[in-house]
Design a protein around this ligand. Structure first.
Ligand code: PGA
Length: 238
């Protein structure tokens, strides 16, 4: 299986940066699958401009297929525009927009129904890490997010909330420990897929982090907003 490196633009970037990204995305990848999660409104433009080795992903989608849900975008609509990959359950969705594990499970089921590949995000807040019961928290989040889902391929991003957007990265052994746990939970549930890490990955730490046992790629926020992303996206090619 190839490594997976995704960019998450969040609520950033405009046409100007899309043109810049188009110019930067001229690298080749052999061992890596690369995607960029862009705001909905730019999906069509990015699909038109980015080379085929950069997949254009959504950052989120509705738990409903259609209906009276003002402001939502459905998986059916994303598929119509050629999107078959989406970030799911990012901690900002969970914390700021109150998405529960049950909502994320509904979204996961809908993604699977329509053949859209989700990248399911999991991660503990800082107080759980500090108290030491972060593995219980993560297991609970994992169990409730996957619900009844078994026998499938699902990519998972481990993103400790306390490491997102602040230049704090966990120690390598801390990342390795959680990846190993997720691997074990996946095995129990007959789920296979890549386990990637996200949280303050940048061009200076990407190579070091890429060597962590059981780490299959990265989800990158801030450093995906400029040309630094090229160095991170190609780090598994070295
Ligand atoms: P960051 O964000 O790389 O800016 O820490 C990661 C993410 O939120 O996916």
């Amino acid at each position: 299986m190839k490594n997976l490196v995704g960019g998450n633009w969040k609520l950033n970037n405009s046409m100007q940066e899309i043109l810049m990204a188009e110019r930067c995305f001229n690298f080749t990848l052999k061992n890596t699958e690369c995607f960029v999660g862009v705001p909905y409104i730019y999906i069509e433009e990015c699909l038109r401009r980015f080379p085929k080795n950069i997949r254009v992903a959504a950052q989120n989608f509705s738990e409903y297929e259609n209906g009276a849900y003002t402001g939502e975008v459905s998986i059916v609509q994303l598929k119509e525009f050629g999107v078959n990959l989406s970030i799911l359950g990012h901690s900002e969705r969970r914390q700021i927009f109150n998405e529960s594990d049950a909502t994320i499970n509904n979204k996961l089921k809908i993604a699977m129904k329509y053949g859209v590949e989700p990248v399911l995000c999991l991660g503990e807040p800082h107080n759980y890490r500090k108290r030491g019961d972060y593995i219980d928290y993560l297991e609970n989040q994992y169990t409730n997010s996957i619900g009844e889902i078994r026998n499938t391929t699902l990519d998972i991003a481990y993103e400790p909330v306390w490491a997102i957007g602040n230049d704090v990265t966990p120690e390598e052994h801390e990342i390795e420990e959680v990846h190993k746990k997720i691997f074990d939970w996946n095995k129990k549930n007959r789920i296979s897929g890549r386990i990637i890490y996200g949280g303050s990955v940048n061009k200076s730490n990407a190579f070091r982090l890429s060597k962590i046992q059981g780490l299959d790629g990265f989800l990158v926020g801030n450093a995906s907003l400029d040309e630094d992303f090229v160095q991170i996206a190609t780090v598994f090619e070295k």
